[in-house]
Design a binder for this molecule. Structure first.
Ligand SMILES: [Zn+2]
Length: 445
């Protein structure tokens, strides 16, 4: 991992705030922050190795994974797990394959696969991520220990926020109690900033309630962010558990929840069945709460709604939260994220959050300039805000976490390629060439 301090980004176009996107700017950096933004002055010959020549390309806030599983990434790419191929492609099989893989997790492959994920993410423009690592009787603290080591290895290149995550039941089955004990130990680790659970894996509704009660109380006691993976179904006969999460947050938030902590709800595909009245009611009830809905479209549309063999060819529903509409129409808060890469839950896709924003144009039917800006925010500043980081604008005195697009094309006849002129072009067709700046440093992952 190479890292170079940048004092000046020269001749960049700024795709955000009130900056004129047609004008070039010189952006001066100091101590990791933006010190000044001035109109580009071509006659001034600032040179040197700490000057980054933007060559009239677009610069924008860096990207963020609001929700990504660090420990079970790239199981389909690692030769160690080559025998665990997808044969059916359904949710049950994904649980079984991942459970088998977890039984074989060791530090060296957790670190190897984790480095792939973090390295590819940084190359895509990511500077912040919420990394889920499972804690249970199978892996105990192996995934957590590897995540802490990766967090240290990448400390100068990327903000890795660790979520101790109970993917398995903590109130049902043979190992529920043991899983809960291990989670209690994990949450006390100083490197763990988030508590995450999966209430839908519990065997009964009352166990699911207990899971949520315990999670909220524990997150408050240990002053952690909260992250539920919730309502991962499209069944109109199952009551959405999100309502219960809201009740718990209302009860506890007023008295105990720290103002700088957020509550993220991932998946929530069941909510796509709500009608307008229910959406309005949900928006009203969460208006004063730090609630953020995280849509996970690549996983959701792959996993949810797959018909049974004998129904194939019939109605093929797909469900994922309509995050842009939830923000624009109902005033809710949200982001979109990758969730999984290279495993049985989500075999397709990359570590690039911008690929989700691009897919979102068609998926959510949103194609205007304002929509593109919103989609970009959903994988950038909105995503950072959802997981508790400041959503810093491109402005003087703000931290310099930036991504510069369309770099690296120089020389030769094939370099006569179009450059993206606007932010919406970046969203419609994300350029592969990017330069990532984290706290004023150019990161070469
Ligand atoms: Zn997830």
């Amino acid at each position: 991992m190479e890292r170079k301090r940048i004092d000046l980004i020269r001749g960049a176009r700024v795709a955000f705030e009130d900056w004129d996107p047609h004008q070039q700017y010189d952006i001066f950096l100091k101590d990791g922050n933006i010190k000044a933004i001035l109109s580009h002055e071509p006659s001034l010959s600032f040179t040197g190795e700490n000057v980054l020549d933007a060559q009239n390309h677009l610069i924008a806030p860096s990207l963020c994974h609001a929700h990504i599983h660090l420990d079970k990434c790239f199981l389909l790419s690692d030769p160690k797990y080559a025998d665990l191929e997808i044969e059916k492609g359904d949710f049950q099989e994904a649980l079984e394959l991942t459970s088998k893989a977890k039984g074989r997790f060791e530090k060296d492959d957790l670190i190897r696969r984790g480095r792939w994920l973090i390295g590819e993410s940084i190359a895509a423009g990511v500077t912040h991520m919420r990394a889920f690592v499972e804690v249970d009787h199978i892996v105990e603290f192996k995934c957590l220990d590897a995540a802490i080591e990766l967090k240290k290895q990448f400390a100068t290149a990327c903000e890795i926020q660790i979520c101790a995550f109970a993917q398995d039941p903590i109130y049902s089955g043979e190992y529920g109690g043991m899983n809960r004990e291990l989670m209690i130990q994990a949450i006390q680790n100083e490197h763990v900033e988030v508590l995450g659970t999966t209430p839908y894996v519990e065997e009964t509704t009352s166990a699911s309630d207990q899971n949520m009660d315990w999670a909220v109380n524990t997150a408050i006691n240990f002053k952690k962010h909260m992250d539920f993976h919730l309502d991962y179904n499209l069944d109109p006969n199952q009551k959405a558990r999100t309502w219960y999460a809201i009740e718990l947050a209302i009860l506890s938030f007023k008295t105990a929840w720290k103002a700088d902590k957020t509550i993220a709800l991932g998946h929530c595909t069941r909510l796509t069945l709500l009608d307008q009245k229910e959406w309005r009611s949900l928006a009203k009830r969460t208006a004063d709460l730090p609630f953020y809905f995280i849509g996970l479209p690549t996983s959701d549309i792959y996993m949810r709604g797959k018909p049974n063999e004998d129904e194939a060819g019939g109605e093929r529903v797909r469900g994922t939260l309509q995050i842009p509409q939830m923000i624009q129409k109902y005033g809710l808060r949200g982001a979109i994220s990758i969730n999984n890469v290279g495993n049985a839950f989500t075999p397709q896709g990359s570590c690039d959050p911008l690929s989700l924003a691009s897919m979102g144009v068609g998926l959510y039917h949103v194609g205007t300039k304002a929509d593109s800006q919103l989609l970009y925010e959903c994988v950038s500043r909105g995503a950072k805000e959802a997981i508790g980081y400041a959503s810093s604008p491109i402005a003087v005195r703000e931290e310099a976490n930036l991504v510069l697009f369309d770099m690296g094309r120089a020389g030769g006849p094939l370099s006569q390629q179009r450059g993206r002129r606007t932010l919406q072009e970046i969203v419609y067709d994300p350029p592969k060439e990017r330069k990532t700046i984290y706290k004023g440093h150019l990161i070469n992952a």
